[in-house]
Ligand binder design. Structure first.
Ligand code: URA
Length: 211
């Protein structure tokens, strides 16, 4: 339906972990670990097309021509739930830089309000991966991507979420022609409070134990 701009990570291990994540009985510690693990799996897919350059390496036996990732990465969590996905991406790319974007959702209007931004100064030269576990209305993600564009980020922006609502996917795709969305699930719909159904509840509260 959305073409190759939306990638569903349908791997059995991802779906298995997601089922535990959704369970309301899963405690905060395990929830946090699962979010991190899912971010690692998603990051693996989101970085599948990173450019490589050749490098000469001496093995203990002989010279070898190898390949290394040729672009640097920035991971940008949308505060606060996005923080839960950062370490999963850093597990894959320890040299990535981390930028932070604070967007909170106004409880009445459900519109994003920016309250904090701190990005690597070379963000425009990096492969940028925005992370936020829940893509609900898409307002925060679209606002975050628009902010990154203002800071000179060109080309593909990768948005990694764990659960998305169709409405959020459509809003983000409509907001930017060059965004790719990675999700472990695209759920049915939003409820009247803009929570995803069936979803997994409030991801930030479950990550940080503030329920
Ligand atoms: N944010 C969440 O944490 N959960 C939702 O279902 C929607 C937005």
């Amino acid at each position: 339906m959305w073409g190759d701009r939306v990638r569903l990570i349908d791997h059995p291990m991802v779906q298995h972990k997601l089922s535990i994540l959704r369970d309301k009985a899963t405690p905060s510690k395990q929830f946090r670990e699962l979010v991190r693990e899912l971010a690692l799996f998603e990051g693996y897919e989101a970085m599948r097309d990173l450019p490589l350059s050749e490098v000469d390496v001496e093995t203990p036996l002989a010279p070898a021509t190898c390949r290394r990732v040729a672009k640097q990465v920035a991971v940008v969590p949308i505060l606060r739930a996005g923080l839960g996905m950062v370490d999963g991406v850093l597990d894959l790319v320890p040299a990535a830089r981390v930028g932070h974007l604070g967007m909170y959702r106004d409880e009445t209007t459900h519109r994003p309000v920016a309250y904090y931004a701190k990005l690597p100064d070379d963000i425009a030269e990096r492969v940028v991966i925005v992370v936020d576990p829940m893509l609900a209305t898409g307002g925060s993600a679209a606002a975050a991507i628009a902010y990154l564009r203002e800071q000179g980020v060109a080309g593909v922006v990768r948005l990694m979420v764990i659960v998305a609502a169709p409405q959020g996917v459509e809003a983000v795709l409509a907001s930017d022609p060059d965004v790719e969305i990675y999700a472990c699930a695209i759920d049915e719909r939003l409820d009247e409070n803009a929570y995803i159904l069936p979803g997994l509840g409030d991801a930030g509260d479950r990550i940080f134990g503030t329920e």
